[in-house]
Design a binder for this molecule. Structure first.
Ligand code: AMP
Length: 283
């Protein structure tokens, strides 16, 4: 596994590989890796000739400075996990490599309604930050395939929008959410939960499953209310729980029984903010 810290050196190396006909897979992360990240790396090693993983805690996507400060860093363990998983290249840039013109001179993106709903509403500026870092990383790595997790459903949509907007010749592959045995979606932020909180946190997935199992065509206000109550009663502070069209994230108030749906939620347990979603499969 080769480690790069400089963008120019990495681009040069990957250009040579691409000229030789090697296809490049890319997995961007913020580190504190878990099995969810490793599944993306495995998907890349199985489908491309060379797998690049980046670890960069991107300051511009944190709307809450305290969240940025507390973001877990476990670099030695991460490198071991990546090497064991068969990653070929790790990119560990510092802020200057990603934002050479400084954090004040960053690009802005036209993201339409994706920026003002759900995560966009509760984390102002977050998706601008996601686009800034992903766009720059895609310029550096020029991957054939970009692997991202469905755990961050809205993020995948934003990144697909970015790819379309700039006609970037990269295919986005969305990988399923990896969960703990309890159903809790794996997340770097789970490290900040106590054992009791971790058990409680599994209620998020049970609530998403409850929506999937109980939903009927018609007005969705009642089921949505019941789902939010479940979370509140389990001790969460709920930012949102919405049932949306799975294709465009429009919030669905009245379901026709046909359009594909996804339930998405964000809720705090103590000061840890957790997000999850579940696509509703109905027969
Ligand atoms: P992060 O380090 O949290 O920015 O995540 C890096 C990538 O891993 C993103 O594409 C996430 O969607 C993905 N990811 C995070 N958690 C999971 C999970 N539990 N299952 C699958 N992918 C995940």
């Amino acid at each position: 596994m080769i480690l790069f810290k400089e963008a120019a050196a990495l681009s040069g190396y990957l250009e040579k590989q691409q000229k030789k006909g090697v296809s490049i897979g890319f997995v961007p992360t913020m580190g504190a890796l878990h099995q969810g990240h490793i599944t993306l790396v495995t998907a890349s090693t199985e489908n491309t000739g060379l797998t690049v993983c980046s670890i960069f805690v991107n300051p511009t996507q944190f709307n809450d400075p305290a969240d940025f400060k507390k973001y877990p860093i476990t670099i030695e363990k991460d490198l071991k996990m990546l090497s064991d998983a068969g990653a070929d290249v790790v990119f560990l840039p510092d802020v200057k490599e990603i934002y050479p013109d400084g954090l004040e001179k960053v690009r802005t993106y036209s993201l339409g309604h994706l920026e003002t709903i759900l995560e966009g509403k509760y984390r102002p500026g977050h998706f601008q930050g996601v686009c800034q870092v992903v766009h720059r990383l895609l310029e550096i790595v020029s991957p054939d395939i970009l692997f991202m997790g469905q755990k961050d459903y809205q993020q995948c949509m934003v990144v697909q929008h970015l790819i379309d907007l700039y006609a970037i010749p990269t295919r986005l592959v969305k990988c399923s959410t990896i969960r703990e045995e309890s159903g809790l979606a794996m997340s770097s932020r789970n490290m900040r939960l106590s054992d009791t909180e971790r058990q409680k946190a599994a209620e998020i997935y049970r609530t998403l499953q409850y929506v999937e199992q109980s939903i009927l065509p018609g007005d969705l206000a009642d089921i949505k209310g019941k789902a939010i109550d479940r979370l509140i009663n389990a001790g969460f502070r709920v930012d949102y729980l919405e049932i949306c069209d799975a294709n465009n994230l429009n919030i669905i108030e009245t379901w026709d029984g046909k359009s594909p749906l996804v339930t998405l939620t964000a809720a705090f347990l103590g000061d840890v903010r957790l997000i999850d979603n579940l696509v509703i499969i109905h027969s």
